[in-house]
Ligand binder design. Structure first.
Ligand code: GZL
Ligand code: ZN
Length: 349
């Protein structure tokens, strides 16, 4: 948008020419040239040119989990009119085609930056090439893309999903040592997130890397529950029917863990600190940390959703013509009953 205004400024001198043009002619030109194509993207009709705001199109992958809600909030709180931004937000409801449509609409609206959290890693080469051809920088956030030409995005902000998976494996090693069960056969089931998403790939591979060092660990089954509580309950209920003895549940986000806990309660299977099934979860959202504190979840591997401020810092650098890193990995913790208490009170998400 800013680029069009600068162009118009070149053609007509003085503000009057612009105002007259904007008020009566420009909308017609845009509509007749299809620049404002009808799109199912939730967008506020942004006030063209009255303030010098940086227009950012944000394609969020969904609203599937408590973590995602916190992630969206952190972006919306960082990119406000007060901080100099006009944010166009789209929720893709965990469907890649909705994200591609949203990115295309941002391109046709000539936003200044595109920010997006890719639902899965594959399938982005074409639309990111279109953004590059339009000269719009792309900032990837949270999950990662798997593309041929890495120049199609400017930078990535996120978390180390592989390290999160390894942390889960290392915690289990310590837990079994403590219980003197290192040599016992350990039956493990895994609730995976969206298959092909960075979080699922990293957490699966990271945990399996540690599990491969213990031939007495048996991963009975890994199945996706798409990061939602409802699917988590459904898949866990099936696993409880299929496997008479489950020693460990590895659930790749807290929402699926909450669903799985309901399934275990309904099946009369004990879990958590003194239960039959040790529960390993990921995300560390507040509700789950309370369950760590109560001993219902043994350990929660944090994935930090507070990433919005990184976008603001990066865009400011780019606006000033400064170099930015190729990636920004946010800090994260691991919570057990021993340390969760001191984090609970001021946990905002
Ligand atoms: C992790 C993020 C995952 C969370 C889930 O980086 O992509 O997506 O772990 C969310 O809660 O659905
Ligand atoms: Zn409780």
């Amino acid at each position: 948008m800013k680029k069009i205004l600068e162009k118009l400024e070149e053609i007509f001198f003085g503000h009057v020419g612009i105002c007259i043009l904007l008020l009566c002619v420009v909308p017609f030109i845009f509509v007749s040239h299809g620049l404002f194509r009808e799109i199912e993207v939730e967008q506020q009709p942004f006030d063209v040119g009255t303030e010098d705001l940086i227009v950012v199109g944000f394609s969020q992958l969904g609203s599937e989990s408590g973590w995602r809600t916190a992630h969206t909030l952190s972006v919306q709180e960082a990119l406000t009119k007060d901080t100099g931004y006009f944010l166009i937000f789209n929720n893709a409801r965990q469907m890649q085609e909705n994200q591609i449509k949203a990115i295309r609409s941002f391109i046709s609206q000539r936003v200044d930056y595109i920010v997006f959290a890719p639902v899965i890693e594959s399938g982005w080469d074409t639309v990111l090439q279109e953004a590059k051809d339009a000269g719009i920088p792309v900032i990837i956030i949270d999950r990662m893309v798997n593309i041929k030409d890495d120049s199609l995005y400017t930078t990535w902000i996120g978390t180390d999903a592989w390290e999160e998976g390894r942390k889960a494996g290392r915690w289990l090693e310590g837990y079994l040592r403590e219980k003197n069960r290192q040599a016992e056969r350990i039956n493990i089931v895994v609730l995976q997130g969206t298959i092909g998403s960075t979080a699922e790939i990293g957490r699966s591979e990271g945990f399996e890397e540690i599990a491969a060092m213990h031939e007495n660990w048996r991963i009975l089954e890994s199945a996706t529950a798409d990061f939602t509580a409802a699917k988590g309950k459904e898949v866990m209920a099936e696993m409880l029917c299929r496997y008479p003895k489950i020693d460990v549940l590895v659930s790749q986000n807290d929402d699926m863990t909450m669903g799985a806990i309901e399934a275990m309660q309904e099946a009369g299977v004990s879990f958590g600190e003194n239960g039959q099934v040790a529960v390993i979860s990921f995300d560390a959202i507040r509700d789950a940390l309370e369950m760590v504190d109560e001993g219902h979840i043994n350990v929660d591997i944090e994935c930090n959703p507070v990433q919005g401020s990184y976008i603001d810092m990066i865009i400011q650098k780019l606006e000033n013509g400064e170099q930015v890193e190729r990636s920004y990995v946010v800090e994260e913790n691991i919570f057990t009953k021993d340390n969760v208490g001191r984090f609970l009170e001021d946990r905002t998400y």
